[in-house]
Ligand binder design. Structure first.
Ligand code: NAD
Length: 169
C-alpha cells in the first residue's frame, strides 16, 4: 500500500519526522507532498520547495529508511474543489492519506479516499510557527528539527533570510 502525507514543512521538524516513522510502520511506500511549493521568502513560508526537498531527503537519510519514499513539490491551486485531482495528477497512485489538517482531511474524504489522522507529537514545541518565531528571535530552534535539517538551513543561510524578512538585522 502506498500512502500520501502532505505538509508545508516550513521547516520539516521532529513532529513531522515522528509522523513519517509512524506511517512507515503501516504502509509499504510513502509520498511526501510539499504543499505551497510556489511560496518562499515570506515569514510564513521562508524556504523554497527545493530547499524543503533537501531538508526532507537528508532527514530521512539520517534514519536509514528501507522503504521507498517520494518527495514531490505541489503548488497550490486556488480552487479547493479541484485540489485533490491536481495532487493526483502530480504524484504516483496512492490508496490512503495521512493528515491532521481539517481541510486536507475533508477534501480527500469527499474524493473517496481513506484518510487517517496522525498522532500529534509535542505539538506545543514541534510546530512550524513556533520554530520560525525562535529563528527570528535568536532563540534555540535547532533542537526542534532533525540535525540534517539544521545543517541545510545553515547551508542556505536561512536564519539571516528569515530575520531580514522580519525586519530584524
Ligand atoms: P504542516 O507542515 O503545518 O503540517 C503537515 C502535517 O504534519 C499536518 O498533518 C500536521 O497536522 C502534522 N504535524 C504538524 N506538527 C506536528 C506534530 N508536532 N506532531 C505530529 N504531527 C504534526 O502543513 P499543512 O498546513 O497541513 O499543509 C497542507 C498543505 O496543503 C498546504 O501547503 C496547503 O496550501 C495545501 N493545500 C492546498 C490546497 C489548494 O491549493 N487549494 C487545498 C488544501 C491544502
Amino acid at each position: 500500500m502506498r500512502a500520501l502525507f502532505v505538509g508545508r514543512f516550513q521547516p520539516y521538524h521532529l513532529g513531522h519526522q515522528y509522523v513519517v516513522k509512524c506511517i512507515l510502520e503501516e504502509v509499504d511506500e510513502l509520498i511526501i507532498g510539499i504543499g505551497s511549493a510556489q511560496e518562499s521568502h515570506t515569514l510564513e513560508n521562508p524556504f523554497t520547495a527545493g530547499e524543503r526537498v533537501l531538508m526532507i531527503t537528508r532527514a530521512l537519510d539520517e534514519i536509514e529508511i528501507k522503504k521507498k519514499i517520494y518527495v514531490i513539490p505541489l503548488e497550490d491551486i486556488y480552487r479547493n474543489a479541484l485540489w485533490v485531482s491536481h495532487v493526483c495528477s502530480m504524484v504516483p497512485p496512492f490508496q490512503v492519506v495521512y493528515t491532521n489538517n481539517p481541510l486536507v482531511y475533508r477534501l480527500f474524504k469527499e474524493a473517496g479516499f481513506e484518510v487517517r489522522r496522525t498522532k500529534m507529537f509535542n505539538r506545543s514545541e514541534y510546530q512550524g510557527t513556533e520554530i520560525r518565531r525562535k529563528m527570528i528571535e535568536g532563540e534555540d530552534w535547532e533542537r526542534y528539527v532533525p540535525r540534517a535539517v539544521a545543517e541545510v538551513i545553515k547551508e542556505i543561510d536561512g536564519i539571516s533570510r528569515i530575520r531580514e524578512i522580519a525586519g530584524k538585522r
